[in-house]
Design a protein around this ligand. Structure first.
Ligand code: ZN
Length: 65
């Protein structure tokens, strides 16, 4: 089986495919329908992080539907 990861609709954090809630914000609004994996290492220095309201380093989806 292919691993499918789940993106959080609230904060765009990428979670494991078997996650029931977001590791980052605790939301249960997770979706397989996302695109554009981006790793943010220094949110305080990243324009993308600012646009996405990302405060914690980690893997995020650029687009979540
Ligand atoms: Zn989240």
């Amino acid at each position: 089986m292919a691993e499918s990861r789940l993106a959080c609709r609230e904060c765009h954090h990428i979670n494991h495919g078997d996650a029931q809630a977001c590791d980052n914000c605790g939301s249960s609004s997770l979706t397989e329908d996302w695109a554009g994996y981006v790793v943010i290492t220094h949110p305080e220095r990243s324009e993308i992080a600012e646009e996405m309201n990302v405060a914690e380093p980690g893997g995020y989806a650029l687009k979540v539907r």
